[in-house]
Design a protein. Structure first.
Length: 354
């Protein structure tokens, strides 16, 4: 047994290379190479800008590392586009393509396709962009056991505005807030949209729901009733609240529209119902709050006449501050929710283009 152990020790010592023998040392290196080149997915632009009603392409291309080839040819390429939630924890299916098979999902049906300008082009084309299309999209390319992803953000040109109903301040739970925005030709705003609005000067002391379920408000001019005059400007965060029981205002987001927004020239002032009928008689509908904000912000609409809107509020848009018409700032001025049956005002109408 001892002699056998001695022979084993000799064998081990003999197999170990001499430290000065570089050629033997080199021969003992083992190279492990993956099956084929690594798949890479690249978005040429991280952010893409568009507007409601427009067409947009979200860029995405795939390559194999150290080669310009689009695919190895041994497996079919599968391309999948999904939309990410604000926290990246959930994905909503948008479009899937594999070979000749194509499938779109939900509200994207009939509006999405692959550009396919080259063999390695997986870019997504979205037509007739909607307000709810805003957000982050993931492009995933799968070939056999290999896959890679890239993320592209779709931003929309538009305007954020605070909204509270006739009932007054802090009367909306999260679901009611979503409906309130939809009724005013808008969607509930995201944090990124509110943050951009704050950077552009939005200052509002009432807290409102955002699309992620948080409650926040933007302050550019710190003051005592809004967190204290010694605090720094910023978007103040109340945190996440019960979507069914908690009640706040809401921040809505809208973009441009396919139509004409205008103040109706009428010989007399009108009650609310008379205003609704006057717009219908003119081939239009009474305008919504989102439409007056979009006309003011995106088209520079300016009018000093207060007029009824669809929610029963009375407002007027000022783009050029002047005496008697918002002398200090450009804004959509809010008169209030007057008595619909007895108070008389003008009216703002909206006519959609076909």
């Amino acid at each position: 047994m001892k002699s056998l152990l001695f022979l084993v020790l000799i064998s081990v010592c003999w197999a170990e290379p001499h430290p000065d023998n570089s050629s033997l040392e080199h021969e003992r290196i083992i190279h492990i190479q993956e099956n084929g080149p690594r798949l890479l997915v690249v978005a040429e632009q991280a952010k893409i800008f568009s507007h409601r009603g427009g067409n947009v392409t979200l860029p995405c291309k795939f390559y194999h590392e150290h080669t310009s080839a689009a695919g190895s040819g041994t497996h079919k390429i599968r391309v999948k586009w999904t939309k990410l939630t604000y926290d990246y924890l959930k994905e909503v299916d948008v479009f899937v393509a594999m070979g000749h098979h194509r499938k779109s999902y939900g509200s994207y049906q009939g509006r999405v396709s692959l550009r396919e300008s080259s063999e390695n082009d997986a870019s997504l084309v979205i037509t007739n962009v909607r307000l709810e299309d805003y957000g982050r999209y993931k492009c995933e390319v799968i070939e056999g056991l290999e896959d890679d992803t890239a993320v592209v953000t779709l931003n929309l040109e538009g305007v954020v505005f605070p909204y509270s109903p006739r009932l007054g301040r802090y009367n909306l739970n999260f679901h009611e807030a979503q409906r309130a925005c939809a009724e005013q030709d808008s969607v509930i705003a995201s944090f990124d949209q509110l943050y951009d609005a704050w950077r552009s000067g939005l200052d509002w002391c009432n807290a409102g729901w955002l699309s992620d379920g948080s409650v926040q408000y933007p302050i550019t001019k710190p003051r005592e009733p809004c967190g204290g005059k010694n605090t720094v400007p910023g978007v103040r965060n109340y945190g996440f609240w019960d979507k069914d029981k908690s009640r706040y205002d809401v921040f809505c987001f809208t973009s441009n529209f396919n139509g004409r927004f205008y103040y109706l020239i009428h010989p007399t002032k009108l009650t609310y119902e008379e205003a609704v009928q006057a717009c219908l008689k003119d081939g239009s509908q009474i305008a919504k709050v989102g439409q007056i904000f979009a006309a003011w912000k995106l088209l520079g609409y300016d009018r000093c006449d207060a007029g009824w809107l669809a929610d029963g509020s009375v407002r007027y848009p000022i783009s050029r501050p002047r005496k008697r018409c918002s002398p200090t700032e450009a804004a959509v001025r809010f008169v209030g929710f007057p008595d619909k049956k007895h108070k008389l005002y003008g009216v703002y109408c909206f006519r959609a283009y076909n």
